[in-house]
Design a protein around this ligand. Structure first.
Ligand SMILES: *[C@@H]1O[C@H](CO)[C@@H](O)[C@H](O)[C@H]1NC(C)=O
Ligand SMILES: *[C@@H]1O[C@H](CO)[C@@H](O)[C@H](O)[C@H]1NC(C)=O
Ligand SMILES: *[C@@H]1O[C@H](CO)[C@@H](O)[C@H](O)[C@H]1NC(C)=O
Length: 569
């Protein structure tokens, strides 16, 4: 018995050692050069363990997209009837044929995998570099991000068996690069303590709002009520990355100064994943995290705010961007936030198309479950997430995924586009039908301006905008101001949360994926069209804001009273 089993085992090993003989390999993904800012520092050490994710082809992603629009389009009979997690998983799970084909190949190579998503469409394996090189007919190398010195193991080309090309969307991280995320807003301390000269909830816009924005200013400019929300299940989630900690003591200082009408003991709750933490050492507070928590709590009065801290222990190759969505998809209905705001992002070209697609499809899943997903559009005008040199325009991701709401920035009491407001057109995602008429109108008005610098068939972004200049925050015991679309996304998200609070109180569904509503005749009529300013970059003036949708300010900024009517309240 013992002998026989030994013989069988070694026979299997002989087969496993020669997988290449049995499979015709086909190049699956390739990129000409590493992402901007990275250099190749040589081959990766053979024995080093690599954690790789394998995205399996979902069985019916088109069906999920149809279902998402059916529950998100106010004109649809199914509007507001969001899907359950099980219903979403039925669309996303791979077919049995895909599962067995991929498992057979992995088993042949002596590799075991674990599913990391509820639908089983994403597998994870841990193998030494040497094994990964053999499996994917590649040479993983070390790439150094020159500016930060950070290193990542990636490759510029890999192959998979030709027979599996219809089953595997991609291996990751391989040809996608994520530059170290940076916090965008810069803090300018205010020497003299600002005078808050607007009564909370007042509709008269004080002149001081022209130079410094406080919650009272936003309440006055957009007509946002100061009355408290009532629904304890209607959560607003604030994403936190790169050890940007949100500080409760700074929040208290902020509320003491700028929301004297509510308890200064109002706090956010903390949720963590991937080893995330939220140290309360005052000096370790992050500008971005403080801004995002202070302006969601400061505007969405009484809405429960959850700060979701994603740690450095992520292995999704996307700084935790995929992990946070997977975690939220797994949460029970009633616990999951109805709105999620994120003020971090990538330049689109840093990620490969298949990776960008799968990340975008994760937002499709969360949207189908009823969560509104908002991203700041970026602060580099047409030059991407941050100002940088460029010859063609750089779209920002995930903000240009068609299943999220991208928020650009404005400034001034008579609002004009903020020059840093990122916007433009995707090279990866086609124009979704909800905005096709708007994009066509804008492009025909634009004529040949910026010709050849952007993709005329790409999804246009941002979708909407909100104030984004001179936001007063508390940070590390000081008061000061920050600028950026990082101000705009939490502001818009807070307003959506207040609408949801009233919808849920009236026994209605929360808004979920917003864009079909926002672009509808009723939705756009509830927004203030911003028609002046532009977003320079890449040695151009960028795009001009115009009447109607434009790739600087989207459809415009919110008018709370009109939005209430538009959502049927
Ligand atoms: C989720 O819960 C809300 C109430 O909290 C309800 O209106 C909605 O129908 C539920 N959604 C699903 C998909 O069960
Ligand atoms: C990160 O992951 C490693 C390995 O699984 C574990 O030992 C470590 O405790 C984790 N760190 C945090 C902060 O969770
Ligand atoms: C332009 O966008 C379309 C639609 O997403 C895409 O198919 C095409 O590949 C893009 N072109 C380039 C050069 O990126």
């Amino acid at each position: 018995m013992v002998l026989a089993s030994t013989v069988i085992t070694s026979l299997l090993l002989v087969v496993a050692a020669k997988p290449m003989d049995r499979r015709t390999m086909a190049v699956h993904e390739t990129r000409a050069e590493p992402a901007r800012g990275f250099v190749n520092s040589g081959l990766a050490p053979a024995a080093k363990d690599l954690t790789l994710r394998i995205a399996l082809r979902p069985n019916n992603i088109a069906g999920l997209e149809t279902a998402l629009y059916a529950v998100s389009d106010p004109a649809s009979a199914l509007y507001g009837q969001h899907l359950t997690a099980d219903e979403v998983a039925q669309f996303v799970k791979p077919t049995d044929e895909t599962l067995s084909a991929v498992n057979e190949w992995l088993t042949e190579n002596g590799i075991s995998s674990t599913a990391v998503t509820p639908a089983g469409d994403m597998l994870q394996i841990v193998v030494p570099v040497e094994k990964a090189n053999q499996l994917l007919s590649t040479d993983f190398s070390v790439f150094t991000h020159v500016e930060s010195g950070a290193t990542s193991i990636r490759t510029l080309e890999y192959s998979i068996p030709a027979s599996l090309q219809g089953h595997i969307d991609f291996f990751h991280p391989t040809t996608s690069f994520t530059r170290p995320l940076t916090s965008r807003p810069k803090f300018t301390a205010v020497k003299t303590k600002p005078v808050v000269d607007a009564a909370p909830g007042s509709n008269a816009v004080p002149a001081s709002c022209g130079s410094t924005i406080t919650p009272s200013c936003l309440q006055a400019i957009y007509g946002i009520p100061a009355t408290a929300a009532t629904q304890s299940n209607n959560k607003l989630g604030v994403s936190g990355f790169i050890e940007q900690f949100a500080n409760q003591a700074d929040l208290k200082e902020f509320l003491t100064n700028f929301r004297t009408d509510i308890s200064s003991s109002t706090v956010f709750t903390l949720q963590t994943l991937d080893g995330g933490t939220n140290t309360q050492t005052r000096a370790d507070a992050g500008i971005e995290a403080n801004l995002d928590t202070q302006y969601t709590i400061g505007i969405a009065t009484g809405v429960p705010i959850t700060f979701i801290s994603v740690g450095e222990n992520n292995s999704d190759g996307l700084d935790g961007f995929m992990d946070i969505i997977t975690a939220l998809i797994k949460e029970a209905n009633g616990t999951r936030p109805n709105v999620l705001t994120t003020s971090y992002g990538f330049d689109e070209s840093d990620l490969s198309r298949p990776v960008a697609n799968t990340l975008c499809n994760a937002y499709m899943q969360l949207g189908a479950l009823g969560t509104s997903i908002l991203f700041s559009s970026g602060d580099g005008g047409v030059s991407g997430s941050q100002s940088q040199s460029c010859s063609t325009f750089i779209p920002t991701l995930p903000s240009d995924c068609p299943f999220v709401t991208s928020v650009g920035a404005t400034g001034g009491i008579t609002e004009t586009a903020a020059t840093f407001s990122s916007g433009g057109f995707s090279n990866y995602f086609a124009i979704p039908s909800y905005q096709s008429a708007d994009v066509a109108t804008y492009l025909s008005g634009l004529g040949s301006t910026n010709s050849g610098k952007f993709n005329r068939s790409g999804r246009g972004f941002p979708d909407v905008s909100a104030q984004g200049e001179n936001f007063e925050i508390a940070w590390d015991t000081e008061l000061g101001t920050v600028d950026g679309t990082s101000c705009s996304s939490p502001t818009f998200a807070a307003i959506v949360s207040l609408l949801n609070d009233r919808l849920v109180a009236a026994g209605k569904a929360p808004l979920g994926f917003l864009n079909p509503f926002l672009y509808s005749a009723t939705g756009r009529a509830a927004l203030n069209d911003v028609t002046t300013g532009d977003n320079p970059g890449c040695n151009t003036n960028g795009f001009p804001a115009k009447a109607g949708w434009d790739p600087v300010t989207g459809l415009g900024t919110p008018n709370f009273a009109k939005l209430l009517t538009a959502v049927g309240l």
